[in-house]
Ligand binder design. Structure first.
Ligand SMILES: Nc1ncnc2c1ncn2[C@@H]1O[C@H](COP(=O)(O)OP(=O)(O)OP(=O)(O)O)[C@@H](O)[C@H]1O
Ligand SMILES: [Mg+2]
Length: 224
């Protein structure tokens, strides 16, 4: 599904955020990217989602070189990718429900289907009472969950999540993991960048550790 071949990202002469990253993530896999602050986790997700272009190397999704796609081909690919950004990027003057509904409205889902999906996602993330609240007035932890709900609402084939639990307590973190696992079990490829060992401690899935832009290790979690 995702193929990175010797991908590098140099932001400026002295900031080499990623160096020669080669990794292959299978369709339907759940995959964790860990590493210290500044290790390159967000940059890697941005290369996959084509928000940033690699300085060198190749990134393919479903056989297509993402950074070379343009126009409708790029738009079509982006529709298949749900991204929960580390800095949320919510429409802060719109309600939680409106933010979550956006990706479904863009793909012309029926209003009653959208309403039900929004309601179910808010319930799964313990946000039922925030349905009509403007997201700019929500706490960071609440905004973070709305961001996640928006990313997965349209059931994309690929879900990229950046620090999904940075502002959450253990109980809410558990709900987020449950929801992402459910998406993965329904067939989505899920890539999660995180500092939070609560998320990957018990995972049976692969974990890649980045250090200063390079791959330190890729191990399979023991699922304990
Ligand atoms: N837009 C940018 N312009 C210049 N440098 C950047 C930019 N984005 C990131 N960097 C630099 O690239 C390196 C990797 O940053 P990145 O955000 O990918 O790390 P991260 O692993 O996601 O960190 P964190 O855990 O703090 O989110 C850092 O040294 C950072 O300062
Ligand atoms: Mg980051």
């Amino acid at each position: 599904m995702i193929e990175m071949i010797k991908a590098s990202k140099v932001y400026s002469e002295d900031v080499e955020a990623l160096k020669d990253i080669s990794v292959s993530i299978a369709s339907g896999e759940m995959f964790f990217i860990i590493g210290m602050s500044g290790a390159g986790k967000t940059t890697l997700l941005k290369l996959i989602s084509s928000m940033e272009a690699p300085t060198s190397g190749l990134i393919e999704i479903a056989g297509q070189p993402v950074h070379l796609l343009k126009g409708y081909k790029l738009a079509r690919l982006r529709q298949k990718i749900g991204v929960a950004y580390q800095d949320f990027k919510l429409l802060t003057d719109r309600t939680a429900a409106e933010n979550i509904a956006i990706s479904m409205e863009v793909s012309y889902k029926k209003p009653q289907i959208i309403r039900k999906r929004v309601k179910d996602l808010l319930a799964a993330l313990d946000l039922t009472d925030k349905h009509n609240k403007i997201t700019g007035e929500l706490s960071r932890g609440e905004q973070q969950r709305v961001t996640l709900a928006r990313a997965i609402a349209n059931s994309p084939a690929m879900i990229l999540v950046d620090e999904p639990t940075g502002n959450l307590d253990a109980e809410t973190t558990e709900k987020v993991i449950k929801l992402l696992t459910k998406c993965n079990k329904s067939g989505a490829t899920v890539v999660i960048a995180t500092h939070d060992d609560l998320i990957y401690r018990h995972t049976p899935h692969r974990i890649m550790e980045l250090q200063k832009g390079s791959i330190l290790s890729v191990i399979r979690g023991n699922g304990l």
